[in-house]
Design a protein around this ligand. Structure first.
Ligand SMILES: Nc1ncnc2c1ncn2[C@@H]1O[C@H](COP(=O)(O)OP(=O)(O)OP(=O)(O)O)[C@@H](O)[C@H]1O
Length: 274
């Protein structure tokens, strides 16, 4: 297959919608209707290779649902998602597997995304094997992953519970990197960490993005961080994108009242220092 033209977005979403089936009350069931909640409606979005895109919005605005659709942990109810110009719905299960390697996700809760029964060495080894690294090269690759994510060798023989929250999140990042992803979705990756560690993990992510040309989707409540690290911001409210642009466009000259409301909630000093 020929390489896509350089102008093709790495990721494009067209008319993406997601509705969740709700359990519903007795009345709805008697009427034979399953109530549904529209978590996303009509999302159009293009992301260019190398972009660092911040997705902001209040709790429940649909940010995580969007992130999960991008990595195909969730199927959209409507719309088309294309990677490098190819619609994923056209793909076979083999191309979906390949997509899942190229697009990785990091979650807020660093602990629950690691298998508590596996030592870190095994977790990283399995990720490398899944990415097609020959068994004989895994130790060398693991050492390199530790270096890239700033982890000491001593953690390899430990289980996740014996690591700090910051170390666990670094392991999650190392495991994602083992897949050599082109796009990384980080869903509130630092919200569960102490403030002192948050900056370190964010700097690690942007350092890695710069070093390997990763495209990053950064889902966050923290507008100050988004302003500092992203070159594009998307504001979501009740399942729709209400505003998007560069951080200075969106944060210095917000067009939508909801964006203004979000900005008003950030202490002024933080907004300016961001
Ligand atoms: N599995 C599910 N079943 C039913 N409703 C869901 C499910 N997952 C999410 N929702 C609902 O969909 C809406 C969007 O949720 P989502 O988690 O995507 O928002 P969010 O912006 O990421 O919120 P937060 O910042 O709190 O994580 C919310 O109303 C949520 O309650």
């Amino acid at each position: 297959m020929n390489a896509p033209p350089p102008t093709t977005p790495i990721l494009s979403l067209r008319g993406i919608g997601k509705s969740y089936r709700l359990r519903g009350g007795l009345l709805a069931r008697l009427r034979g209707r399953t109530p549904r909640l529209d978590a996303l409606r009509d999302i159009d979005l293009e992301i260019r290779r190398g972009d660092i895109v911040g997705i902001v919005g209040e709790s429940g605005s649909g940010k995580s649902t969007l992130g999960r659709i991008v990595v195909r942990l969730l199927e959209p109810t409507e719309g088309v998602l294309s990677f490098e110009g190819t619609a994923l719905s056209e793909g076979t299960s083999r191309s979906l597997r390949a997509y899942r390697r190229r697009v990785q996700m990091i979650f807020q809760d660093s602990g629950s995304s690691l298998n508590p029964r596996k030592r870190i060495r095994r977790t990283l080894h399995e990720a490398l094997r899944a990415a097609g690294v020959p068994r004989g090269r895994c130790n060398e690759e693991i050492a390199q992953l530790l270096r890239r994510t700033g982890l000491p060798e001593g953690i390899l023989d430990r289980h996740p519970h014996a690591l700090s929250g910051g170390q666990r999140q670094r392991v999650n990042i190392a495991r994602a990197l083992a897949m050599q992803p082109e796009l990384l979705v980080a869903d509130e990756p630092v919200s569960a960490l102490d403030v002192s560690l948050q900056g370190q993990i964010i700097n690690l992510l942007i350092g890695l993005a710069a070093e390997s040309g990763l495209t990053l989707i950064f889902i966050s409540h923290d507008l100050a961080v988004v302003r500092r690290i992203c070159n594009r911001v998307i504001v979501m409210q009740s399942g729709v994108i209400v505003e998007s642009g560069t951080p200075s466009e969106v944060m210095e000259n917000p067009q939508h009242p909801y964006t203004r409301k979000l900005l008003d909630a950030v202490p002024k000093g933080l907004r300016e220092s961001a």
